[in-house]
Design a binder for this molecule. Structure first.
Ligand SMILES: NC(=O)c1ccc[n+]([C@@H]2O[C@H](COP(=O)([O-])OP(=O)(O)OC[C@H]3O[C@@H](n4cnc5c(N)ncnc54)[C@H](O)[C@@H]3O)[C@@H](O)[C@H]2O)c1
Ligand SMILES: [Zn+2]
Length: 364
């Protein structure tokens, strides 16, 4: 087991990473004394695949276990399902010492974290992320949210977990498309902060996709450390440092939205956004063509999309302008200067953006 510390002033916590460690979760948790009654928020599928070891370890360590299953998919991040979950918890929680365990992907982590933040004005919660994306990204950093009709993640809170517990063995049952989706964020960490991680991925991308445990552990540990470092430097997105995590996301979010959140999964859209951001970086003479090529080749090897299908440059650009991260109409891009180094640049000309987008559109 490896531990990555998230050294926040008010609420520091650990990210515990290993393989086949779900059974040890109860023992680890006991030391934190989060309460006595574990409210497990999960989906029926994840619970069926991986719940047994977790439940056994929790009970052996004196916790009561109550499972609250929610439906799979983004629709569970709605206000309606959050309120329904709160009502179910309130009916169950009479004279108890509850804490929440989010056991699932980013959807469950965001929903359960949000519910933990608002139930009785905040009860402790722990993240057990079960997708690659959640292990290296969504479960770390304390951003909790639900979606509103007007847009994704519009209601939420910064609310840090007491612990993140990542068992890479659960990724064995994750579909390949989801593995690729997570890998896009790992590639992003390499580009924004860590040439060694990038190199490791170039050499071991196939092992990672095949679920090889030592390669996966290395990527999850390193990515967790990198995200923890960014969150420590800018917990609540005030200094601006946390914005570097948005590399590939300015256009990625627009592509995701243009595909109505169905055509592309988040990591796939971000991969396309990263290809475009690398192109813009080259056009602005910030990045060498050789480095941009390495980025594209690694994304190819990860099996991530090369071209946008069924959406137009006009759609992408319009949606980009509506992104909530735009500052008073001025665009803001994270651009690469080298593998491992990026800068925030404001006010990129529309022609350059259009050229980069056009270069990634499917001809047909
Ligand atoms: N809070 C943050 O900082 C943050 C960061 C990035 C993304 N997010 C959010 O995360 C969500 C996306 O998360 P995601 O990509 O993990 O998707 P997800 O939570 O929808 O999970 C994807 C699918 O994988 C299944 N699954 C999960 N673990 C599995 C396993 N071990 N084996 C087999 N199937 C498994 C799920 O049931 C689901 O069908 C989005 O809502 C996004 O907004 C949040
Ligand atoms: Zn992302």
């Amino acid at each position: 087991m490896k531990t990555v510390r998230v050294a926040l002033k008010q609420c520091p916590y650990s990210i515990v990473i290993g393989h086949r460690i779900l059974g040890d979760f109860g023992k680890k948790l006991r030391r934190l004394n989060p309460g006595r009654d574990a409210l497990l928020v999960t989906s029926a599928k994840i619970w069926r695949l991986h719940g047994a070891a977790l439940e056994k370890g929790l009970k052996q360590n004196g916790f009561s276990v109550k499972v609250f299953a929610v439906a799979d998919g983004e629709r569970s991040k709605s206000a309606r399902s959050a309120v329904a979950l709160l009502e179910r918890i309130a009916r169950y929680d009479v004279m108890r010492r509850p804490f929440i365990v989010a056991f699932g992907g980013g959807v469950i982590g965001d929903l359960a974290g949000f519910v933990a933040a608002v139930y009785k004005r905040g009860i402790p919660y722990v993240q057990i992320p079960t997708t690659f994306l959640a292990q290296i990204d969504a479960a770390i950093g304390g951003k909790t949210a639900i979606d509103l009709t007007a847009g994704k993640n519009l209601a939420g809170a910064f609310y840090q977990p007491k612990m993140v517990f990542s068992d890479v063995s659960v990724l064995k049952t994750l579909p390949l498309r989801q593995m690729r989706n997570g890998l896009a964020e790992a590639v992003k960490y390499g580009i924004i902060l860590d040439p060694r991680l990038f190199r490791f991925l170039e050499l071991h991308v196939r092992d990672v996709l095949a679920g090889e445990e030592s390669a996966l552990t290395r990527v999850v540990v390193r990515s967790s450390r990198l995200k923890a470092g960014v969150v420590e430097a800018d917990e609540k997105e005030i200094t601006g440092h946390r914005a570097i995590l948005n590399f590939g996301h300015t256009l990625g979010h627009a592509i995701e939205a243009a595909g109505k959140f169905k055509l592309y999964q988040h990591g796939e859209a971000v991969a396309l956004g990263m290809r475009m951001a690398a192109d813009i970086s080259v056009r602005k003479s910030m990045l060498g063509a050789g480095d941009a090529r390495r980025i594209n080749l690694l994304l190819d090897a990860a099996g991530l999309p090369r071209l946008c299908r069924k959406i137009s440059a006009g759609q992408i650009l319009t949606l980009m302008k509506h992104d909530k991260k735009f500052i008073s109409g001025r665009n803001r891009f994270v651009l690469a200067r080298a593998i491992g180094r990026v800068s925030l640049v404001e006010g990129i000309g529309e022609t350059v953006i259009r050229q980069a987008v056009a270069g990634r559109l499917c001809a047909r």
